[in-house]
Design a protein around this ligand. Sequence first.
Ligand code: AMP
Length: 185
Amino acid sequence: MAPPLRSICVFCGARPGTNPVHAATAQAVGAMLARRGWRLVYGAGDLGLMGETARAAIAGGAGTMGVIPRHLMQAEAAREDLATLVVTETMHERKKVMFANSDAIVVLPGGAGSLDEFFEVLTWRQLGLHAKPIVLLDSAGYWEPLVALVDHVIAHGFADASLRGFFARVEDVAALERALADAVG
Ligand code: AMP
């Protein structure tokens, strides 16, 4: 039986995006983590969907760990009120610390940074370096082109079909909660 999930890494945009639904989704994720007693591990910022998730998690009493490179502390408005704040020297170190301190990875809508983070944990999974659940929260269908891209890569023979099985895609926060709870075993 898998150990209980305690820390959930959330990768998401440092911007809110144009569809206000995503901010509401991020708030619901933060609140859900708090309600389940799961700790939020994220990029420590107070902007965009990162900020929405963190504010809701903190308001609900969730444990929090933020990880941010020193050079982004101002630009991403690092929160000083997190239970744990880790300041790294590099972006690579940031991702490593976030990953090492998490039991599962959730990806909310975001930009190039969120894509980088998703593909890094996905490729590590493909290489058999870990077995942590990776869940795409497909808020308002935002990640549809990403899933299509993965299918395209498989269809053209640049990845094994198993790649698609290394992450789950859920449509709402209730389904995300079930996916994470199921992963507890
Ligand atoms: P974005 O999805 O582009 O809004 O970025 C989301 C978060 O990912 C932000 O906190 C970015 O600073 C961060 N980020 C962007 N690129 C990288 C990278 N190469 N390694 C680690 N974090 C990154």
